[in-house]
Design a protein around this ligand. Sequence first.
Ligand code: GDD
Ligand code: MN
Length: 414
Amino acid sequence: MINYQNDFLLKVPSGNLQISDLTLTDISKIDQQVYFSLIIPTYQERDNIKNVVSRLSQVLDEFIPGDYELIIVDDDSPDGTWEVAVSLIPEYPQLRVMRRQHERGLSSAVIRGWQAARGHILGVIDGDLQHPPHVLLQLLDAIQQGADLTVASRHTEGGGVSSWSFVRRFLSRGAQLLGLVILPSVLGRVSDPMSGYFIVRRQCITNVTLNPVGYKILLEVIGRGKVRQISEVGYVFSERKQGESKVTWKQYLDYIHHLVRLRFSTGKLGQFTQSIDFPINRFIRFGLVGLIGVFVDMAILYLLSDPTTLGLPLTRAKIIAGEIAIINNFLWNDAWTFADVVMQQQQWSQRLKRFLKFNFICMAGLVLNVLVLNLVFNFIIHNRYIANLIAIAVATIWNFWVNLKLSWRVTEVK
Ligand code: GDD
Ligand code: MN
């Protein structure tokens, strides 16, 4: 039974997330090439998948019969989505199914699918019918008119969301605004940069290594691809009828991480960080953890020292708040920023050693912080907030660099 199914499964590509040129790499595939490959990433979509495949086939059979493929990339869903998908292949010969067991995440699923794809035009659509299938025709049409990339958008004429609460709209727009500030050259090019429903010419994204985090694969395509003409088609993001969304608070963190990473790794700034060989990804994670630490520090300072709460003396409260923030940051950094290093040193004594070093270095960082603050404020810029910002930046780089070299370092070689 299992073997029978495995025969139908696509091999999962490995290595770099790079899409190759159809003509250059695998000449034997020429007779198998198709015009359009559409990826459907799935996780726990058992009850949706048959409907999705049948509706998409219906639309595409009419427009480009036999000249397309649907590729479901399932991350080994416990509900057996991939199994249901494989069982549909006899009825839908354009369907191919990939079951990923060693990698996870929406964006990388889409790229793995594109790597296995045989089409000149590559696309992606959600597997839960929140993206209306008929919009595909307009998207394909725009490509035929000469666009490199066409995006189904909620924020252009004919687009919208069906019944989102005020909070959800607010969060969605807030995320977009933040993106515009951090990465205007990418977010500014489309009205709905969060869209997960778009199609792109293969040649625009070949020979670059894509490196996405989280959900927003379109950012990566615009940020790293060679995309000239973009067009948009309005669509209404409908409500889910089956299954549930996989979005959690972690996606918001991933999103910010992704933005900052693109900011530092593309354009002029990217050339600079590459030339000095700075571990930019780790630094971003370290910085995000630091930001969480600031909130922890502030909250505890408030709880302990505010006259309306406990009313402890300021210095005492600050020492406690600072120490708790340091512990907080250590835990995050140990579990996330330096997870790969920690893998090799998991004993409790090693953990404790890392913590003590981290604590010590951060205290030195605090001293440096105060020093720089005073220096800048007294001799350079007489504005306490700008001076503080500069001081925090200097201390963060110090904290990061010294911790990188001392705390999270593989010292005992087996
Ligand atoms: N393979 C794989 N791996 N698929 C995943 C994963 C994963 O880790 N996480 C989610 N998916 C699949 C889901 O099964 C679904 O088909 C699709 O990706 C979207 O996931 P949802 O959880 O339904 O996301 P959503 O509807 O809240 O979010 C969507 O927001 C945008 C609105 O602009 C995004 O996914 C966009 O595609 C959408 O356009
Ligand atoms: Mn959805």
